[in-house]
Ligand binder design. Structure first.
Ligand code: GTP
Ligand code: MG
Length: 586
């Protein structure tokens, strides 16, 4: 960036450092990505992320060491004779070969002693434990799993490391992952396949990957009957061309007699000579550059794929959040409708109260809101039995509170069950529910919290009645003397509020006709409407507060698994910085 003109001719070494730095930053951004949502694609996404992170680190390292020895990875199908070939080149039985498939379980790297330090360093094939092999060991077979064997021998020219990789088509998944890792680290792929397997889809997938990454690639067709050699080679060439692998060098090794585990020298001569020529510094650099350029070209696409995967996970998490919201919006609607219909009220309770209000002299008493009336009411309440009135009132309030709490619990259970049902429809949702059966019901402390909310709400309604009563100058004193009764009546009316806010006669009955008549007389119709609307609104708010806590359980789970969008921002930023740095180098 900012480094223009003349760079094409003389690459500025500091520009490579810039690019390496951009790669390392990008690697950090890639490593910071998380895929915590468990679903069918999670494993692949994690693998792709880790692979990309490793790739970026390895590219940065190679960029800083363009003149380092070339890593030639010999990969391909099992039984193609990869290990046999290396033994032939070295002229010794170094590597395990044999008729049992697969034979090679661990990679072995053969290089000139002068390059030993480079290949034993931490940065090449980072994270892979390695062991120096003595010349007497037969390496790479069973028992070596998990380690890279390093063999130093003057039979290999300096500037070249030959890595014998486990196959890519065996049943061993471990072998495949290892092969992927090795091929990613390669400066050059030497792809071995046989006359019988060269068209296999497994092989083709790898060759396509090499093309995508523009990896320096040569293919070796082995065990071809000499008579068929031209025909098979031509067919393979056509297949390569169909895959747009046009300039790939193709070697053939005819089926021949194996002696002491090695191929005859002349069978491998062209391939050996070509490999030896690679150690020539300018060719070595050219191959490294080609592979590196290819790898770097693939970076933005790979990062974009990672970004898309993160976005997809975010969408999935948001969809699950939408499921929660949907269930809880429904719950709100259900509760709202229940208030319209007077569902929280038990008809026997309403009837008892209505009878008390209607049959008693209370209603009558309010007809003349005078001083005498007040005195009379007082008398009635004390004489007729204030104890009985209080008891009935308490009873009604407790029963209303119970059924209201019960309704709240029912709606909360329904919201939880609905959410769980929606989540169960997707694997990501199902995994979040595993071991969390409690989520299908309301929280254990819900009832306690609901009771408290209902109690506070009743207090609030009483306060509303008091304040409306106090503002009704003419009847203020009357109201204050029966405020408790009026509040109980208001609680009933508010819980069947369509009766007063709407005009449905049937529903009006739900809260008690005499009950409503009393309130209208005491408070005035307009006041009653406002009061009931206020009380209802207040109940809905308390309901929402209760449900927010219920809903939060689901949100908390999602918060853990939803990718942090900030990782996307840093990914994009690091990608753009990398692209800009790369473009600025022309
Ligand atoms: N007759 C004959 N046998 C061969 C030829 N090439 C390889 N073999 C034999 O095929 C078997 C497999 O060879 P390996 O070198 O172990 O094959 P590989 O590609 O390393 O196989 P994996 O390690 O399983 O991936 C060995 O028994 C070899 O001796 C050949 O051209 N002719
Ligand atoms: Mg082998």
């Amino acid at each position: 960036m900012g480094k223009a003109g003349g760079m094409e001719q003389t690459p500025d070494p500091s520009a490579d450092t810039d690019l390496a730095t951009a790669l390392v930053n990008l690697r950090d951004a890639v490593s910071a990505v998380t895929f915590e949502l468990v679903h069918e694609l999670q494993h692949d996404r994690v693998v792709a992320r880790d692979r990309l992170a490793k790739d970026l680190a390895s590219s940065a390292h190679r960029l800083e060491h363009l003149a380092a020895p070339l890593l030639v990875v010999i990969g391909g199908v099992t039984g193609a004779g990869k290990s046999t070939f290396v033994n032939t080149i070295v002229g010794r039985d170094l590597l395990a070969t044999g008729p049992v498939r697969p034979t090679t379980f661990a990679p072995a790297l053969v290089c000139h002693p002068a390059d030993g330090e480079w290949f034993s360093g931490e940065e090449v094939l980072a994270g892979m434990p390695r062991l120096e092999a003595t010349h007497h060991d037969l390496v790479g077979g069973r028992g070596d799993e998990g380690t890279l064997r390093l063999i130093r021998t003057a039979a290999i020219p300096p500037g070249l490391g030959l890595l014998d990789a486990p196959d890519i088509d065996s049943i061993s998944a471990h072998n495949r992952e290892l092969a992927d890792q090795l091929l990613d680290a390669a400066d050059l792929w030497l792809w071995f396949t046989t006359a019988g397997k060269y068209a296999d889809e497994d092989s083709m997938q790898y060759l396509r990957r090499a093309r995508r990454r523009r990896t320096a690639l040569a293919v070796v067709l082995t065990q071809v009957h000499p008579v068929d050699l031209d025909e098979v080679a031509a067919d393979f060439r056509a297949k390569l061309t169909a895959e747009e692998l046009v300039e790939v060098r193709l070697f053939t090794i005819p089926a021949t007699r194996i002696e002491r585990g090695r191929l005859p020298a002349e069978a491998v001569a062209p391939l050996r000579d070509w490999l030896h020529s690679l150690s020539e510094p300018h060719l070595q650099r050219a191959h490294r550059r080609q592979t590196l350029d290819g790898a770097l070209s693939a970076v933005p696409g790979d990062v974009d794929a990672l970004i898309a995967a993160v976005e997809d996970d975010i969408r999935t998490a948001d969809r699950l959040r939408g499921d929660v919201d949907g269930a809880f919006v429904d719950a709100h609607k259900q509760f709202d409708a229940a208030l319209d219909e007077g569902l929280p009220l038990r008809s026997d309770v309403v009837a008892r109260w209505d009878q008390f209000v209607g049959a008693g002299k209370l209603l009558k008493a309010t007809e003349a809101a005078t001083g005498q009336a007040r005195a009379w009411i007082k008398g009635v309440l004390s004489n007729v039995g204030i104890g009985e009135e209080r008891r009935l009132e308490r009873q009604v309030r407790v029963e209303v509170a119970d059924s209201l709490t019960g309704l709240l619990a029912q709606v909360a259970d329904l919201a939880a069950a609905d959410t769980v049902a929606s989540w169960s429809a997707s694997s990501a949702g199902r995994t979040l529910l595993v071991g969390r059966d409690v989520l299908a019901r309301r929280r254990p402390d819900f009832d306690e919290r609901a009771e408290e909310q209902v109690r506070q709400w009743q207090t609030h309604v009483t306060e509303l009645v008091e304040s409306v009563g106090a503002s009704r100058r003419s009847q203020a004193r009357v109201v204050s003397s029966v405020v408790s009764v009026a509040a109980t009546s208001a609680i009933l009316v508010a819980l069947a509020s369509a009766g007063i806010t709407g005009a449905e006669a049937g529903i009006a009955a739900a809260a008690g006709a005499a009950n409503q008549a009393l309130l209208i007389r005491l408070l005035g119709e307009a006041n009653l409407r406002t009061l009931v609307a206020d009380a209802r609104q207040h109940m809905l708010e308390r309901f929402d507060a209760l449900m927010d806590t219920e809903r939060q359980r689901f949100y908390d789970l999602l918060d853990v698994v939803r990718p942090d969008p900030a990782t996307l921002d840093s990914l994009r930023e690091a990608r753009d910085a990398f692209v800009a740095t790369r473009n600025s180098r022309g």
